[in-house]
Write a protein that binds this ligand. Structure first.
Ligand code: NAP
Length: 287
């Protein structure tokens, strides 16, 4: 499954949408907040700004030092919340340990929460409302749709239960009538579950060595590797690509798989947020 090519074709559609918005006087915009010096986070934020530029979304980057007090980060979020020229706010994760992630995320106005991580947006997803959905799970679903992987009645196994990946993906798959099993670090006998999976998504990314090997995969399954581990300076995923690709019907590479889809879904969410905010302003003006 070529996430790079699919992301590029979605970008082309988004460019057209941005042009249409600009013709009606709206320039969608995204603000990113990067706290600290984590090199991987810096790379991810940079790639989001580059994508915004390609699509025609205005983007501003804000950087705060590693030891920034919570109050200062909250003040920046407040300022961006009340700035009408900002449609989307992305707080790059992970945050340094002294910052309470959930508290920081909750401060973002739900209508500007383009990562879909606030309780309000997570709750909407549980109720089947899918406007601002976390970008990585949204990207995984797009890959499955694009490659025509049957989802209804399929058995899906997701190895991850984070609020960023596993939990929202569980709801998206369930919403399309898959039977979903969510696994995590306390799950026992992972292979007995993964061997039954028509769709297998893994996002562990924590240890050297593979989480998913060929003997754990059903013949013809769709295998999606979200994880990104650094090993000897190389980027590797959870899946033994070499072995699993011989057995899987579909498989994502670590590079050019889910990563570009995450970025393009952020662009899509920014346009959704801009559209919603614009409609709200117009409605207010009419009243
Ligand atoms: P996370 O919060 O650390 O989640 C990791 C998950 O893996 C947890 O649910 C954890 O279980 C589970 N886990 C850990 N060890 C396990 C084991 N031995 N067997 C089964 N499950 C195990 O991380 P995250 O933020 O969700 O990200 C996960 C990975 O995806 C990372 O490599 C990250 O870089 C990557 N990622 C990639 C993209 C992209 O765009 N490609 C986007 C987001 C994330 P517990 O809940 O029990 O701890």
């Amino acid at each position: 499954m070529d996430g790079k090519a699919l992301a590029a074709s979605i970008e082309e559609q988004l460019k057209i949408e941005v042009r249409r918005m600009q013709e009606s006087g709206l320039r969608p915009s995204l603000a990113t907040i990067l706290v600290g010096e984590d090199p991987a986070s810096r790379v991810y934020v940079k790639s989001k700004h580059r994508a915004a530029e390609r699509v025609g979304i205005a983007s501003k980057g804000f950087e705060l030092p590693e030891r920034v007090p919570e109050g200062e980060l909250l003040a920046l979020i407040d300022a961006l919340n009340s700035d009408p020229s900002v449609n989307g706010i992305l707080l790059q994760m992970p945050l340094p340990g002294h910052l309470r992630e959930h508290r920081m995320i909750e401060r973002i106005k739900p209508e500007k929460d383009v990562d879909g991580l606030t309780t309000a947006n997570a709750g909407k997803l549980v109720h089947g409302v899918t406007d601002l959905v976390p970008c990585t799970p949204r990207g995984v679903m797009e890959l499955l749709h694009h490659y025509g992987v049957p989802i209804r009645s399929a058995r899906a196994v997701v190895i991850n239960r984070s609020t960023l990946v596993g939990k929202p993906l569980h709801h998206l798959l369930l919403g399309e009538d898959a039977t979903v099993t969510v696994c995590h670090s306390k799950s026992t006998d992972l292979p007995s579950m993964t061997r039954d999976a028509d769709i297998l998504v893994t996002a562990v990314g924590r240890r050297p060595g593979f989480i998913v090997t060929a003997d754990m995969v059903k013949e013809g399954a769709a295998v999606i590797d979200v994880a990104m581990n650094r090993s000897d300076g190389k980027l590797v995923g959870d899946v033994d690509f070499e072995g699993v690709s011989k057995k899987a019907g579909y498989i994502t590479p670590v590079l050019g798989g889910v990563g570009p889809m995450t970025v393009v879904m952020l662009m899509q969410n920014t346009l959704i947020a801009a559209g919603t905010q614009n409609r709200a302003v117009q409605q207010e003006m009419r009243q």
